[in-house]
Design a binder for this molecule. Sequence first.
Ligand SMILES: Nc1nc2c(ncn2[C@@H]2O[C@H](COP(=O)(O)OP(=O)(O)OP(=O)(O)O)[C@@H](O)[C@H]2O)c(=O)[nH]1
Ligand SMILES: [Mg+2]
Length: 275
Amino acid sequence: MSFSKSVEKVNVLGRRQEDAMVAKNLFFVGTAGCGKSTLTHAFQLWLQNQSYDAITVNLDPGADSLLYAPDVDVRDWIKLDEIMREYGLGPNGAQVAAADLLALNIRRVSDVVSKFTSDYVLIDTPGQLELFTFRQSSKVVVEQLGGETAILAFLFDPALAKTASGYVSSLMLSATVHFRLPVPMIPILAKADNLSEAEMEKISLWSKDYYSLFSALLDESIDAQTQVSMEFLQALETVGAGRPVVPVSADTGLGLEDIYATTQQVFEGGEDIER
Ligand SMILES: Nc1nc2c(ncn2[C@@H]2O[C@H](COP(=O)(O)OP(=O)(O)OP(=O)(O)O)[C@@H](O)[C@H]2O)c(=O)[nH]1
Ligand SMILES: [Mg+2]
């Protein structure tokens, strides 16, 4: 376990910067397989390249193998196979029990995290999005581990987001997560290298202009009008799902600097993000 040092440094914009007094705590959330773990690792490497300290926390007790070595790992406290054996549960029941056990043990996890002096704490969350975000235990986890500087990086899966109806479904999901966990949220279009330039531009436009999204929905199916109205999309915008997506690729490094810039905006002035 390495404890990183705090030093004065030059940030990517060339400005001198005193180390942040409090670490920024980024929770990477999203549907199964959308790229949370890979992005956690890629963003840590990018930050370290810019001379920032960043530690990683794995909150997924079911993670089989991770491509990074987490500095803090929930599997040190909670083991899915042991829960299954001990409580006679299957894999899904054990995940539910693990989510509650995590909340019960969160102070132990945060005590270890607090021993690090780091600019960023990057928190990789379980693939079962509903377990992490919809249960009361998740609030406890985000409050205890994220504190005042918690921010959610919500990953949109590009396979879903490239159709208007899939994008609206993802948007509804992100709004639900934001409703449950009312901390600033950055919507991230993950695995953007899997999309063409045209697809990326189209999704970016939808995220900024809900009229174009509504029109694309109607082009996809005129029946969409019976399910989703413009007023409904505007309501989503009102609850905080109206921020432009940040296209990101953990493979090519696209957008990693934008994640950094957005977190700076949230905590050090500039544009405010819905809370
Ligand atoms: N092309 C491309 N593939 C990616 C990117 N990020 C992740 N992947 C791939 O997507 C798959 C899932 O990535 P993970 O990082 O394990 O996704 P996850 O959200 O952590 O998955 P769970 O924890 O199981 O929910 C892996 O095969 C990754 O190699 C990316 O930016 N571009
Ligand atoms: Mg993962």
